[in-house]
Design a protein around this ligand. Sequence first.
Ligand code: ATP
Length: 656
Amino acid sequence: MATLNTKTGQVVDRSVLDSMLRRRMFYTPSFEIYGGVSGLYDYGPPGCALVTNIVDLWRRHFVLEEDMLEVDCTMLTPHDVLKTSGHVDKFADWMCKDPKTGEIFRADHLIEEVLEARLKGDKEARGQKVVVDEEKEAKKKKKVKETKAVKLDDNVVKQYEEILAQIDNYDGHELAELIAVHDIRNPTTGGNLLPPVSFNLMFQTSIGPSGNLPGYLRPETAQGQFLNFQKLLEFNQQGMPFASASIGKSFRNEISPRSGLLRVREFLMAEIEHFVDPEGGKKHPRFDEVKDVEMTFLNRAVQLSGSTKTEQMTIGKAVESGLVDNETLGYFIARIQLFLLKLGVDKKKLRFRQHMANEMAHYATDCWDAELQTSYGWIECVGCADRSAYDLTVHKNKTGAPLVVRETRAEPLRIEEWQIDLDKKKFGPRFKKDSKTVEAAVDALSQELREKLALDLDQNGKIEVDVEGVGSGKVELEKDLIKIEKRTRVENVREYTPNVIEPSFGIGRILYSVIEHVYWSRPEDAARGVLSFPPVIAPTKVLLVPLSTHPSFRPLTQRMMAKLRRMGVANRVDDSSASIGKRYARNDELGTPFGITIDFQSVKDNTFTLRDRDTTKQVRASEDEILQAVKSLVDGEETWEDIRKRLPEFTGQDVE
Ligand SMILES: Nc1ncnc2c1ncn2[C@@H]1O[C@H](COP(=O)(O)OP(=O)(O)OP(=O)(O)O)[C@@H](O)[C@H]1O
C-alpha cells in the first residue's frame, strides 16, 4: 500500500519502506528462525534508540513539565484486581470461526475488510480510479473472492459507507446481524462463519507454585496507578489535582495481529492518570497556555451520519462549544498534539476522533483518540478518556480502602439527615454471628428508606429490614434495638472520589506512524530512502566521516567522538572504505540528521564541515563552533536554517 509524503509530494511504497526497515534492523519478527509468532516483534539497535528517545521526550513533555508522579508497577496482576476493574468480564473482542477451515477472524475487522473490498469492486465496475495495494492485491488475486468488479446498488454503497464510518460502535449482537444481513463469509474460501463469540484478550497465568492465585499479564498500566492512589495523594501532600504516570509493557492476546507494529501482543505503553475534582467543571489551571492550538476533530455525530468529515478549530473553541467535554480533557488533547508534532508527525495526517456511545466504556464521559494516517488507514495511536470516578470507586467498594480525597471545608456544611442508633448491648446477643452483617445492612439504608422506616417504627413498634444471607433474607428490629431520628450533622471535611482523565499512548504505534510520516526518497534515486526524524528522536545524532584512512585523521576523529560523547550526543564513526556518498546514504536510512566530515583541511587547520541530512547542505567552521552548533541543533535551540545563517557555507566538495 502506498502513502503520501505531504512535504515532498512523493507517494511512498510501503513494501520499499518495510524492506529498508528490515535491512537496517529497526525491528524484526521475534523467534523468526523458529518460524516466528504473529504479533511479537524484537527491536534492533536503531529501533531501541528510537523507542528510548521517544520515551525520553514523553517524560520531559509530560512528567517533568507537569510534575507528574511516575510509578513503575508490576505486570503480573492478580485476578481479583482485574475482576473488579471489569477486565475479566469485559476486556474482549468478538471473533468468528470458520467451522470448515478452523480459521478465526476478528468480527469487526472482517466486516471492514469485506465491505471495503466490495466498495473497491464497485468503484472498478463504475470505472472509477482505485488506489491499488499491489502486495495485498497479489495475495488476494490468488485467494480472495470478494474483490470482483461488481457494481453495487447506490443504496447498498451508502449503507456500506455508513457501517464503515461507525465500525467501532457495534456490539456482538449487532456484528452477528451485519454478518448475516450482508452475507459476510470467509474471504479466502467463501465458507460460512459461525456467529461471533466474545474472546477475552488477557493472557492468563497463575502466580506461585500452588496454582491457587490466578492472575493475568496486565492489559494496560492504569490499574497499578489507581491502586496506589492513596499513597500518591499522601506523597503529594494531599494536593489536588495531580497526575501519576507510568511507562511499561502491556499484553493483549489480539485475535488476529496484523499491520506489523500496529497490532501486536506485547507493547510498550505510556499512560497518565490525571486525578481531578469532579466539582467545578473540571477546569485546568494551564488551559490558557493551549487554548489557541488548532486541531482537527472528527466528532461523534458526523460518524453516526456515515461520514468522516473533519472540522478544524482551536481547542479553546472546542471546549467552549461543548464538543470536548471539559478543560482538563481539552488540555491533554492539545498537549498530545504538541507531543506528536515534536516527534515529527505530519499535522495533515493527524486527527482527533471522538468515540461513539457503544465504543466508549459505560462509565466514560467523553473519549477522543489521536489517530495518525498511515498506509494502513487511520490508526488510533493515543486514547484520551474521561473515565469519571469509575476505577477508584470500584476498587474502594471492593477493598474498603479509602481511595478518596478529604478536604477541610472553608465553611462547615450543615446537613439534615436521618440517623440510626443501634443498641449494641442487645444487638450482639440477639444476632450472634450475623451481628456484623445485619449492622452493615442497616448502615447502608438510604435516607429515603430511613424516613419511611422511622414512621413504621413509630406506628408499629418494629420494622423489617432486608439482610441478604441472614435467615429468610428479612430481619425484624424492635423499638428497643433501633432508634431512627432526624438530626443535624456538621461536616467540616469534604470527601470525594476524584475523576480521572487518562491519556494512553502506544509507543510502537506512534513509532511506526512517525516512520511513515518522515520517510521519503532522494528525487535523483528512488532507492535512496531518507528518514527525516527530528534530531531529538533520531537514533544517532551525528555521523563522523573521515575522508581518508591516513593516520593523521585518527586523533581528530577520536577527539570529536569523545567530545560529542561528553556532550551526551549519540554519534557513530563510519570509517569504512565505502564512498562518502554511500556512507551518507546508509545513515540517511537510519535517520541520522547531521554529518561531520573530517578532511585534509581539518588536519591542517582544525576546521570541519557539518552536513544537514535533509538539504545535504554543508557549513565549515572551527571545531568548537561545529560542536556548539551540533549541541544547539540536537537540543532544538536552533534549526539548520539558523546555523546556515551564522556559519559559512561549504561548497568546496561534492560529497554526494
Ligand atoms: N495490540 C496493540 N498493539 C500495539 N499498540 C496497541 C495495541 N492495543 C492498544 N495499543 C496502544 O495502546 C493505546 C491505548 O490502548 P486502548 O485500550 O485505548 O486501545 P484500543 O482502543 O483497545 O485499541 P484498538 O481499538 O486499536 O484495539 C492505543 O492508543 C494504542 O496506541
